[in-house]
Design a protein around this ligand. Structure first.
Ligand code: M6R
Length: 364
């Protein structure tokens, strides 16, 4: 049941800390601070490329993981939504890693992408929340997200659990390929193991996010901006808002804003920035200056240092805990999901069963 929560989505949002803890504890040895994955039937060191395919939120999780494979493991990585991927039929180098991501393990297009990857002689690894699913049966290896049943149609805790699993996979690949040292791995697993308690701190911002939701609920269009590993979090925020509040939203790469969407910005278009401190902060900050200069109502999700730098331009700032930029996308997913939830509640929509949507899309 929902316990004391109004909706399954609200309950599931509050499960982020526990789910992240359960998922990470299975993959990181607390004593050695090393990633310990279940045995893989192939060698990560020999993989020429990672090809990622999934749908919806699971795809955005995969796009965060792409940045980790490239930057942490230094493996060429790319991907596409499964409905496109399966018909693009891209040629893939033999022995590559096919990475499929799905909460249900039943999504028709993702299953078709999996089958195509197998024909292309890839090693098929799926990140799944339902270990007895169709995709599980057809994979060489399954890495489980230990999120428990997710009832709300909008994916929440499964998404952050997918990120946690793929962060560990990227670290394991980095170690296998020698692109990170044991000390770096230990530092990165330490930041990962901190995420559950930081996630609990993020949930304490619930009331503030609820106040921001009142502003968003009036809008017709909302723009979410992020860069690097937080660009997919901007897309996740926009998708969540669309699907449960029915407000039009777009997630954009912050640097791409001036190539078009900036034309939309005026006082009535909230601009939500996913902008943790890190190597890309200043770049996004200057894009936000441009948005603010055109009257955009900039709402910032950052940490204390970032918030201080953006004080002059933000109409609202949610100050999140400072974390290693490597884990920031996991943490920053939570407040954007929470914001969508509160906007939907204010709009009075059917939060757990939004119109026209199914929890698991088993037809293409
Ligand atoms: O079960 P899957 O993870 O394969 O589902 C993929 C998408 O249908 C799913 O993430 C969808 O986009 C959610 N409604 C997003 O909240």
């Amino acid at each position: 049941g929902k316990g004391n929560f109004r909706h399954f989505m609200e309950k599931e949002l509050h499960e982020h800390p526990a789910v992240l803890g359960d998922t990470l504890r299975r993959m990181i040895s607390p004593s050695s601070r090393a990633v310990a994955l279940p045995p893989l039937p192939f060698d990560l060191a020999g993989v020429p490329r990672v090809t990622i395919s999934a749908c919806g939120s699971a795809f955005y999780a995969g796009m965060v993981a792409r940045t980790w494979f490239e930057q942490v493991a230094r493996i060429p990585a790319d991907g596409d939504v499964a409905s496109e991927f399966r018909y693009r039929t891209p040629p893939l180098p033999e022995g590559g890693l096919a990475l499929l991501v799905s909460q249900s393990g039943e999504t028709a297009d993702t299953l078709a992408a999996l089958r195509y990857m197998r024909e292309q002689r890839q090693h098929v690894l799926s990140v799944l929340n339902v270990p007895e699913s169709s995709m599980a049966r057809e994979s060489d290896v399954v890495l489980e997200t230990v999120a428990g049943p997710e009832i709300g149609v909008a994916s929440t805790k499964a998404f952050t659990a997918q990120l946690a699993v793929m962060a560990c996979l990227a670290l394991a690949a980095g170690r296998a390929r020698g692109s990170i040292s044991a000390a770096q791995e230990a530092a990165m697993t330490a930041s990962l193991l901190e995420v559950p308690s930081r996630a609990a701190e993020v949930l304490e911002h619930d009331e503030h996010i609820q106040r921001i939701a009142a502003r968003i609920a009036e809008a017709r269009d909302v723009l979410y901006l992020g860069r690097g590993s937080c660009f997919p979090i901007a897309m996740e925020g926009a998708l969540k808002l669309k699907e449960i509040s029915y407000i039009h939203a777009e997630g954009y790469a912050a640097g791409e804003m001036k190539h078009g969407p900036i034309a939309l910005i005026d006082r009535n278009v909230p601009v939500i920035a996913i902008v943790p401190s890190g190597p890309l902060f200043e770049k996004t900050a200057s894009n936000l200056q441009e948005a603010a200069a055109r009257g955009g109502q900039v709402i910032v999700f950052s940490d204390a240092a970032g918030a201080a730098k953006l004080k002059g331009i933000a109409v609202e700032t949610v100050v999140l805990p400072r974390v290693d930029p490597f884990v920031a996308p996991i943490l920053y997913a939570i407040p954007v999901q929470l914001l969508a939830y509160h906007v939907a509640v204010l709009k009075g929509t059917d939060v757990d069963q939004p119109r026209n949507l199914a929890k698991s899309v088993t037809v293409e």
